[in-house]
Design a protein around this ligand. Structure first.
Ligand SMILES: [Zn+2]
Length: 74
């Protein structure tokens, strides 16, 4: 897939990932495109990793689908 460009300054966006370290039972991993020139961000998928005893639960949120669901509800 071709990388999108920044809607503000037309620079090619970088694809990046950041992991937020929580209290050990919950961890959030975000994938996003970032503009190296002006810092503009577009979030892609967000993965929430939860630990429940010996079980690991993964929750995947894709913003496009979240928006689509919100539209469907209202
Ligand atoms: Zn930019």
């Amino acid at each position: 897939m071709e990388r999108p460009s920044c809607p503000r300054c037309r620079t090619r966006l970088e694809y990046r990932m950041e992991a937020e370290i929580g209290d050990g039972s919950r961890r959030v991993i975000r994938y996003y495109y970032r503009c190296p020139r002006c810092g503009y961000r577009i979030y892609d998928s967000v993965i929430v990793v939860k630990k429940n005893g010996s079980k690991t639960i993964l929750e995947l949120t894709e913003p496009i689908y979240a928006v689509a669901r919100r539209i469907a509800i209202h």
